[in-house]
Design a binder for this molecule. Sequence first.
Ligand code: PHE
Length: 451
Amino acid sequence: MSNQTNTVKSGFGSRLGFILAAAGSAVGLGNIWRFPYLAAKYGGGMFLLIYLILAVTFGFALMITEIAIGRKTGKSVIGAYSAINRHFTPLGWIAAAIPVVILPYYCVIGGWVLKYLTEFLTGGGKSTADSGEYFSAFIGSSAAPMVFFAIFIVLTAAVVMLGVEKGIEKVSKILMPVLMLLIIGIGIHTLTLPGAIDGLIYYVKPDLSEFSIKTVIAAMGQLFYSMSLAMGIMITYGSYMRKEDNIEKSVRQIEIFDTLVAFLAGLIIVPAVFVFSGGDRNALNAGPRLMFVTLPNVFDSMSGGQIVGTVFFILVALAALTSSISLMETVVSIMCERFKIKRITSCLIVIGFSFLLGMVSIFGYSIWSAFTIFKMQMLDFFDFISNTVMMPVVALMTCVLIGFVVKSKYIEDEIELNAKFKSRLLYRIMIKYICPACMIVILLSSLFISL
Ligand code: PHE
């Protein structure tokens, strides 16, 4: 497979750079906001335990597959699927459509984070703490969300324009360690709050009576989203990975990073909310409002809350930014490869259409709020169609392609280019039988739950 025709192929300059960039994609709003509330909702420690088991089996198999596909073919997602098997080109197109759908609304939420960050930074954090009116009024307007959305998308594009090594790798190498420091810092602070230990115990102690099939399904869905799987991202990043680097080891490290950040985010959020709600578990069940309503209230009632709130929103903004960079890079790399256009031009085109689609999400909460699809607001609909329908389908078909059409040896050979594939047996069983079965379960259950 020649890379000559590929106009974007520079690539990561080091293994660390690759790991931090991939971890940057994986660590996002999903870790900081979604993971803690799911953990709290589905039995704390029990959820953590199930999540960990799934991460080292199911998540591992899917991630290693995608990275190996990328590195082996050296192509972005559409080219990669068609290089493996021509009949699977349509699958590449579906996978490519996912970041196109997610990027705009992800940046809209990134904009909300920037808005809250500015409020806390300028001392206005107090005004965000109420029963939710501030948040509703903010997203219910059009102008402010639009401005912050535009800033967020331009920041994303600025990094992507600089390219893989000079932009994405460099920025990830700075932002990811900073993110880790911030999260450890706030974590320690929260645990010193009186009463935090009860929340901590609920969070980490597995209680067998909390086990249910729903917990497993929720953990599986979360894992899948959290590791940025089934949307071409890991294929794209894999295509920039150096041939001499060890894929298996890298995947383990990315997983550890992603899971650690999710765990630490829960360590901040679960005990903090526990303390300020007087031990009420339902306070954690606030869904999207957890981050924009419940937490600002928690910060408001905490001494030094303005500083903690500011640091927290910086953390979330960094996590969201490295994820949106990976989404944009995936789309840009496809455009460069397919249409042979320059990186800068593709970035500009991507900004253009993302802006339009993002506006649809913004208006969905304001001037078009009466318009819903399947009773969903536009942003929720984009989220639903990508996460609940398209991603499980892509993951399922990828397992079929690798497990049954080209056979797992296709992936194993790439992994064994420079090292022994230690988990080969586990991988074979996972990719052929267990992952496809899990994907069918996720797909059916989420469709039933959502519709
Ligand atoms: N993995 C990211 C997170 O945990 C989510 C994400 C999804 C990022 C899609 C990029 C693309 O938030």
